[in-house]
Design a protein around this ligand. Structure first.
Ligand code: HEC
Length: 192
């Protein structure tokens, strides 16, 4: 990891830390769980867009010096944006239980990205049925109550739809540009 990416990660974690501190400070003008997940989502969405634009599209499409591939290890290629996103989520999960996140879909290429809880399923369906809206809810898992938010993940480019439609593991082959293909799920424990 170079200095620049360490800095960027540090900034993202600092934002999360500030947000979490503010969150526990409720009643004194602190931020709500919804503001917190909205802020986290903004960082995630921005990082993913920047990786897609500045790394994948620039080097794989414009300059054609390296390709992006699901099998990036074997092919010495760049990981796909969705894989980068999952690696980040897995790294966070190994470091904190103050929040967790994942990129999921009702029609996942990678079965690991399928919803697991009833609220995740409800939220993913909601963002498909209500374009432009986020989903917010609460769920109890084990003994812990969580605030769970779902943000739509939209096929912003034709290649989103075509790559998924043609993938051997996809359960759905009729995605088109503008469709909601899945969603980012962010979960925060609400405390007692
Ligand atoms: C080159 C092929 C390719 C392109 C282009 C692509 N994806 Fe994916 N996408 C994948 C693969 C492969 C996975 C599974 C990654 C993993 O292992 O978690 C995935 C995962 C996902 C997931 C999680 C659910 C699932 O299917 O596993 C969503 C949601 C998603 N992509 C949306 C998008 C969107 C939106 C775009 C365009 C901005 C896009 N994808 C572009 C190949 C692609």
């Amino acid at each position: 990891m170079n200095i620049r990416s360490t800095k960027a990660k540090g900034a993202a974690l600092t934002l999360a830390a500030i947000a979490l501190t503010a969150c526990t400070d409720s009643g004194k003008g602190g931020i709500s769980p919804q503001d917190l997940t909205d802020m986290l989502h903004l960082v995630m969405e921005s990082d993913r867009a920047v990786y897609t634009k500045q790394v994948v599209n620039r080097l794989a499409k414009d300059e054609q010096v390296i390709k992006a591939s699901e099998h990036f290890m074997d092919e010495k290629a760049l990981p796909l944006p969705a894989q980068m996103f999952r690696f980040g989520a897995e790294t966070v999960a190994g470091k904190t239980d103050k929040f967790s996140y994942s990129l999921q879909s009702l029609w996942p290429i990678n079965k690991q990205n399928a919803p697991r809880t009833d609220l995740e399923k409800t939220g993913l369906k909601f963002v498909v049925d209500n374009p432009g809206q986020n989903f917010y809810g609460e769920e109890t898992l084990g003994d812990v109550k969580y605030f769970t938010a779902v943000y739509a993940d939209v096929a912003v480019a034709p290649v989103c739809a075509s790559c998924h439609n043609e993938h051997k593991d996809t359960p759905r082959k009729d995605f088109k540009i503008g469709d909601v293909m899945g969603g980012v799920v962010i979960r925060v424990p609400m405390g007692s």
